[in-house]
Design a protein around this ligand. Sequence first.
Ligand code: ADP
Ligand code: MG
Length: 638
Amino acid sequence: MEATKSRQTKEFQAETKQLLDLMINSIYTNREIFLRELISNASDAIDKIRFQSLTNVDILEGDSDFAIWVDVDEAEHTLTISDNGSGMTYDEVIENIGTIAKSGTKLFLENLQKQESDKDNLELIGKFGVGFYSAFMVADTVTLITRAPGATGVKWESSGDGTYTVEPITKEKRGTTIILKLKEEHCGKENSEELNFLNRYTLQNLIKKYSNYIRYPIKMKFPASKDEKDEKPETAAEEIKTVNSMQPLWMKPKNEITTEEYHEFYKSLFHDWKEPVEVIHSKVEGMVEYTALLFIPSHLPFDFYSRDFQPGIRLYSRNVFIMEHCSDLLPEYLRFVRGLVDSADFSLNISREILQHSRQLKLIGKNLEKSVLKTLENLLEKDRSKYENWWREFGRSIKAGIYMDFQNKSKLQDLVLFYSSHSGENMTTLKEYVGRMAEGQTEIYYVTGNDRSTVESLPQLELVRDQGYEILYCFEPIDEFAIDALSEYEGKKFRSVSKGELDLKNTEKEATKSDEPLFKAIKEILKDKVADVKPSHRLKSSPVCLVSGENGISISMEHFLDEINQQNTMKATRILEINPNHEVFSVLKSHFEADPNSPRFKDYCELLYGQALLMEGLRLDDPSGFAEKLSRLMVAAG
Ligand code: ADP
Ligand code: MG
């Protein structure tokens, strides 16, 4: 098409209209991203002319001082973004700005319609950015003035109402200028909760946030600061500042970056006051190409377990910020990892996205997961105490990873640490535990309880400990979930000291066959409370203990579930174990033999059950009944 002399009014393509409507009616809270979009277009246009000038320097028309300018006019309520990039010809303006020619955009629009609600639409905007049209989120009218090298200037204008005008004009400088007539609510109106885009400091912050690592200087004019000692104030009416830092840290060669630089970068980008425990900086080429800069924090963020915590990795595409919290990149259990990924495979533009996007993300995500785990393994090996401190903060996440997905078992089992009966103040790995296993020991023993002193005083531990077997201590409910998911390590099964039967060589006297009627009688008395009553193979000095069945949940898990859900119906199978070597057993036996129906015998059975509950830290079913029986006993004993 030949450029006409006169101004023409044209209709937007149907699909463009649709996208525009979405922008104009947008209640999207992140409208500020329009600035990122326009700046990234400017940067692309400079890239383009720079590339062309490599073979034809003339197209630069002597202007090779590449820059992007951001300026405001408070009186006119306009925000202007200019560049000296490639500019556009008349036809290019119509082609690029008036239509959505790319098939990918159509796909995006179809995708939009499939979303449940407007809210989901808006999330898509946030995720992918919507290029040039995002300007209509904040502006009533958008004017674009542009000139390509050697061509006539063009002015394009639209109020987003379905039509646009386009006309040839004279423009001296090569490049593109976009003038946004800002919506009233973005002009610092009183009572407006929207950002004021006439405010230079607001703009400066947005540029730092979204476009800090754009390769070209983004320049703004600021009124000269008053407190600066200037001999001739009238000459310093304004100062021009380059707002962005231009050089992205992750693009620098690794050997040129100091640890300090990494740490400072982490702290300022992720608002942490402490150094990370590890930094992972990798550049990958091949199936997917990306640069990743990841940080493993050294301490839990205060809101880590709250709804407010936003996990995710920042995404950049060739230095341009795309998304702040991409949570699809790493598995849920690594949600503590901070950092960014820059890949040219991510496109800022929705049109090229959607399908391939998720596949790329998956591939990159797999690599990142591997390198995070490798880094943790190395840390465990080379700096044990640093790792242990880290584990105390984040171990729960790794344990959650084990039970969330059974495929994670082999990846994560060697990262897990436990306190144990042998580890003292420090912790042990499973490998170390197995390495220390005693002669004849076939299983890995563990015990659950609130803290060290509770578990160490549990009667169930007595004989296991006597055998010299090490016992892992599980102080958190998640430990039990993780151990259930692991089920074994190097062929050794995990065995709770208070669940099922223990396969211990019992040197003490066993209960004999003749005791069977006694156990039956006790079981009959306690039939509403326990599933079984058995002679114990794990007690030494205590008369009784409560254990749970081989299958099903443990008593401490039941306790935990009760705490988080008052209607919990998951109950452990309770088994009362009695120590046949204990004096109490003999007393019980003699009462039973004298008169199996005596009230005294019944009381004793219930008192024993009560004791077992108390030692488990559980509530008595009938506290006043228990107290009454105990008092009766004291009176009788004198
Ligand atoms: P994208 O940048 O992903 O291609 P946009 O909607 O942001 O999509 O921009 C559409 C097109 O308009 C660009 O591809 C480019 O050809 C053109 N364009 C936008 N801004 C500029 C600019 N400042 N200079 C030159 N061309 C531009
Ligand atoms: Mg763009």
